[in-house]
Design a protein. Structure first.
Length: 73
């Protein structure tokens, strides 16, 4: 089934959801930077696990990568 570009963009809008934790706290930024600096780094998936253990909500590897960019900005 082929759809028009306008229909495609309408479908995209249906699936968009707000990003969680768009504003990182100072503690979250410190955690992220500590995990990813130095001679050894914490893998993103393990960071996501620790993030959840800290009570900051569930997260994914992709989210941790996005949060890192935000923390370093």
């Amino acid at each position: 089934m082929k759809i028009t570009y306008e229909e495609l963009m309408s479908e995209v809008d249906k699936y968009k959801v707000p990003l969680k934790n768009t504003d990182l706290t100072d503690e979250q930024k410190e955690f992220i930077i500590k995990c990813r600096t130095g001679d050894k780094v914490v893998p993103f998936q393990k960071m996501a696990d620790l993030w959840e253990m800290a009570g900051w909500g569930s997260s994914t590897e992709a989210s941790m990568r996005r949060y890192l960019k935000k923390a370093l900005a």
